[in-house]
Design a protein. Structure first.
Length: 150
């Protein structure tokens, strides 16, 4: 439980709470990056709905003794997964990209979330992006009022 932000009690699996939680929100970390290997399907009625085939993008260690690797992403579209999970939200919160991600040529859509953190598209500018495992890429901020379910 955190006294820094009421939303912290509704987010599980924080990598390092003292860095991720502040009075304005919760920063979320990336656990996996995927490329779309084969298209998904979406139809009107849902009978032909099919997930896209996602292939994990491998990481590379910079030095043999490194604990975490780096994704070397060329410009294009990817799909990312967060380490963290949502629980006990009474009302939606806003998921948005961190300014640090935007300033380095990466972006993902902002959206309201309530019961889970979906896989989300990541756009990387033509120059590419190097992204370290567990990098803080997103931020959760309340829309207003308490986000914790009583």
């Amino acid at each position: 439980m955190s006294d820094d932000h009421p939303l912290a009690d509704a987010v599980d699996n924080l990598v390092y709470e003292p860095v991720q939680v502040d009075e304005n929100g919760i920063e979320l970390t990336v656990s996996a990056v995927y490329e779309v290997a084969a298209p998904g399907r979406l139809d009107f009625g849902g009978d032909e709905l099919a997930d896209a085939d996602l292939e994990p993008v491998p990481t590379e260690l910079e030095a043999p003794d490194d604990e975490y690797g780096w994704w070397h992403l060329a410009g294009g579209q990817y799909v990312i997964q967060h380490n963290e999970f949502l629980t006990d939200l009474a009302e939606p919160v806003q998921l948005q990209p961190r300014n640090e991600l935007l300033a380095r040529g990466g972006s993902h859509p902002s959206m309201q979330v309530r019961d889970h953190l979906p896989l989300i598209p990541l756009t990387v500018a033509d120059g590419g992006l190097r992204l370290k495992e567990n990098a803080r890429v997103s931020r959760l901020v309340p829309l207003g009022g308490s986000a914790r379910r009583e």
